[in-house]
Design a protein around this ligand. Structure first.
Ligand code: SF4
Ligand code: SF4
Length: 209
């Protein structure tokens, strides 16, 4: 059946009228800040204390836009007769956000929780080189990372939290035991009778008449 002349125009006008009566969804950015979900992928923050320079993130990044430099340092043995250890020390950690495609693979693969998403997105630059964020800048982004959502009631305690809690309990028990031992030693010292004074030596008194 051939289309009725003017039906396309009527449909178009109907869509226009429907849309005109709906609430607008256009955000007046930058006058009004958008309400972003808390886990928005805005920029990546680095918590470098957790980074062991394992290079997994740099190797897995599909865009090869993570740059890491490091050197090795020898750590002396913790106990006498123990072995020296070597550890990686981070010299450079940078992400080129002009290449990054915000896939999140680096954050997923990091085994030590050193990378996090921040919802901050206002870091546009007029010079593309400025989009390579070095470790200091990545660290500043870290402080804009939102708190993780609360655990479900009855959820299993995360193993990191359990390990930290056990370590804190062990330390507190050791400190309490040391305090008790000190108190016992003090008490024992107070109860010990003082030694009697020695009589003065005869020679000191001079010859007897
Ligand atoms: S988000 Fe993806 S592209 Fe961006 S740095 Fe991480 S792995 Fe690379
Ligand atoms: S994967 Fe994590 S620990 Fe390894 S180099 Fe990257 S940020 Fe550091």
């Amino acid at each position: 059946m051939p289309p009725i002349p003017g039906s396309g125009l009527a449909k178009g006008l109907a869509v226009t009228l429907r849309t005109m009566t709906k609430k607008t969804v256009t955000a007046q950015y930058p006058d009004a800040q958008p309400e972003l979900p808390p886990r928005t992928r805005g920029v990546i923050g680095l918590f470098e204390e957790n980074c062991t320079v394992c290079m997994l993130c740099a190797r897995e990044c599909p865009d090869w836009c993570i740059y890491i430099d490091s050197h090795k340092e020898t750590v002396p043995a913790a106990v006498e007769g123990g072995r020296e250890r070597s550890r990686n020390v981070l010299d450079r950690f940078a992400i080129d956000f002009s290449l990054c495609m915000y896939c999140g693979i680096c954050i997923e693969v990091c085994p030590f929780d050193a990378l996090f998403w921040s919802p901050e997105f206002e870091y546009a630059e007029t010079d593309i080189h400025e989009l390579t964020h070095e470790r200091d800048k990545l660290r500043e982004w870290m402080w804009t990372v939102p708190e993780p959502p609360a655990l479900d009631p009855g959820a299993e305690e995360p193993k990191e939290v359990a390990a930290a809690r056990k370590a804190a309990e062990k330390l507190a028990a050791a400190q309490e035991q040391a305090a008790q031992e000190q108190a016992a030693q003090r008490q024992a010292a107070e109860q010990t009778p003082a030694a009697p004074e020695q009589p003065a030596r005869q020679e000191d008194e001079g010859p007897a008449e």
